[in-house]
Design a protein around this ligand. Structure first.
Ligand SMILES: [Zn+2]
Ligand SMILES: [Zn+2]
Length: 368
């Protein structure tokens, strides 16, 4: 409890300090017009280019501040956790995260620094540092897995208000110190154990839920609700040969809550049943129907593979019912080594004629 109290005092001091300064815009610094949609690759490319263009060793002392700002922007945007917190809670939230990390990330095994930064440890939240993960099954075709494919999954999620970053207040100045706890976030309860013995206990303030502050003017965009529901999209790359039930994790993309770090969205990749092929790991299997004449006399025919290519299969001898033919290298591409492929096993099914004439019967008796 003492640790928590110290931290909340530190947070309030931090709030006051930040409110006075102009908040940096890291996306602006790295010239990322895509902002929150910028990819990790874009961030790295712009950082490299701008670092080169503004290096004080090359361009002189006047670029030193700009160079420093570029390095700081990259430090934040290249770190998934810092970036997410910056996106959700702005510079203020980021400072709190970094302060909590520095203050006692190692000291308390049961409480992640991020939990404290999101205001955990007091108040009426459910106590989890991270929100629930969302599990989804993504049904794809066997063609997608053979060839590689892009899927765009749309879903509805809760997001922190862009304007107030989930505080519910119209601006940073629209907070007042809680009248009950005087900004401490905690209240002291006295318990008399026996006559003459009084124990004092610190508890989170019930009026402000341990935050130490109250909202004076509600955010005009979310009307103080702090969150809204929005349509979100995740872009999924189905890699060649991705194993069945492979999980793809999109960190911190689930519902956003003011008091929690968002959970992950986890997709399980599953292939729908295919009309021609069955997958067995890196191998494929298929049944192939041939006529009695083809079974006896041989044949050369082609079928269409999963990439649309025609593959020729031929037999010259007699083919038995359920006889197998293995085409090596015609199976699934191997995940992460798609130039290598497994095998395709063909099982022949012979279609017998439903009836024969007396004349055909006679001829067959002569030759068989
Ligand atoms: Zn209070
Ligand atoms: Zn708002």
């Amino acid at each position: 409890m003492r640790r928590w109290l110290l931290l909340s005092v530190a947070l309030l001091a931090c709030l006051a300090a930040v409110a006075a300064a102009d908040d940096p815009d890291y996306y602006d610094t790295l010239e990322l017009t895509e902002r929150e949609d910028a990819t990790e690759r874009q961030i790295k490319a712009n950082w490299r280019k701008l670092s080169r263009e503004n290096h004080p060793d090359l361009k002189g002392e006047e670029t030193r501040d700009k160079y420093k700002a570029i390095q700081r922007a990259y430090e934040v945007l290249s770190d998934r956790k810092k970036r997410k917190v910056f996106d959700m809670k702005g510079e203020e939230g980021l400072k709190q995260l970094e302060k909590a990390d520095a203050a006692g990330g190692r000291g308390n095994m049961h409480m992640d620094p991020i939990a404290r930064m999101f205001g955990m440890g007091g108040g009426n939240n459910d106590g989890a540092a991270k929100g629930h993960d969302v599990q989804m099954v993504l049904l794809v075709t066997l063609e997608d897995i053979y060839n590689r494919a892009a899927h765009h999954v749309k879903f509805n999620k809760q997001r922190l208000c862009k304007k107030c970053k989930g505080t519910g207040a119209d601006s940073k100045e629209d907070f007042s110190i809680c009248s009950k706890c005087k900004g401490r976030g905690t209240v002291t309860q006295r318990i008399q154990l026996m006559p003459g013995f009084v124990q004092q206990m610190e508890q989170p303030c019930p009026k402000c839920n341990g935050k130490g502050k109250q909202i004076k003017k509600k955010c005009t965009l979310c009307k103080g609700k702090k969150v809204s529901r929005v349509d979100a999209q995740l872009d999924i790359d189905i890699e060649q040969g991705v194993p069945e039930n492979h999980k793809l994790v999109f960190e911190m993309e689930a519902d956003q809550n003011p008091e929690q770090l968002p959970g992950d969205v986890i997709f399980t990749i599953s292939a729908a049943a295919h009309r021609t092929f069955q997958r067995r790991g890196k191998d494929l299997e298929t049944n192939y129907r041939i006529s009695l004449a083809e079974a006896l006399l041989g044949f050369s025919r082609s079928f269409q593979h999963l990439d649309g290519r025609d593959v020729t299969v031929s037999e010259s001898g007699v083919v038995q019912y359920n006889q197998k033919r293995v085409l090596s290298g015609e199976g699934m591409p191997i995940h992460n080594v798609p130039s290598e492929k497994g095998d395709l096993t063909i099982t022949y099914q012979v279609d017998l004629p439903t009836s024969i004439t007396a004349e055909q019967k006679k001829k067959l008796q002569e030759v068989l």
